[in-house]
Design a binder for this molecule. Structure first.
Ligand code: HEC
Length: 147
């Protein structure tokens, strides 16, 4: 009986986070690495994370076409968006690991250089941040709860 309980507990403890899915609570902390350059602010101007203006607002970045927020992007990130780049977890994780390298690959252009001078080496943190940004962003385009 006791052994069964322990086994059940182990499964319960492991199942939720250990694999694949990012952890939004951790992502909120991991976002500290981003907020020197990025804020998270709703379309209504409500601040979710106070941050710098070196990079674009990351509210609503989930499902957004790259390079389309109100920001002066590099021509390369804009070109990637025009070529069809939409942020999902996979593209986001690859991009933040090495933005310029990512753009070189995406655009098949060795001269491509992004404006984001930061690399997030830990894919696990990228997954957490993605989960966090998803949790504070609108569910999908046009599905705004309309406060
Ligand atoms: C040193 C400043 C800086 C830091 C730190 C930084 N970024 Fe950026 N980020 C930028 C800039 C500048 C751009 C615009 C890139 C361009 O135009 O090529 C950008 C662009 C982006 C984009 C594309 C957004 C869009 O609208 O298409 C994403 C996604 C992103 N950053 C995520 C992150 C995440 C996540 C972190 C933290 C792990 C982070 N950034 C840390 C400066 C930064």
């Amino acid at each position: 009986m006791k052994r069964l309980l322990t086994a059940g507990l182990a499964i319960a403890l492991f199942a939720p986070q250990a694999f694949a899915e990012g952890d939004a609570d951790k992502g909120k902390k991991n976002f500290n690495k981003c907020k020197s350059c990025h804020m998270v602010e709703t379309a209504d101007g409500e601040t979710i994370v106070k941050g710098g203006k070196t990079g674009p607002n990351l509210w609503g970045v989930v499902g957004r076409t790259a390079g389309t927020a109100d920001f002066k992007y590099s021509k390369y990130l804009v070109a990637a968006g025009e070529a069809g780049l939409v942020w999902d977890e996979e593209e986001f994780t690859a991009y933040v690991a090495d933005p310029s390298k990512y753009l070189k690959g995406y655009l098949d252009d060795n001269k491509a250089r992004g404006k984001m001078n930061f690399k997030l080496k830990k894919a696990e943190e990228a997954a957490n941040i993605w989960a966090y940004l998803t949790s504070v962003s609108p569910a999908s385009e046009g599905a705004d709860s309309g406060s």
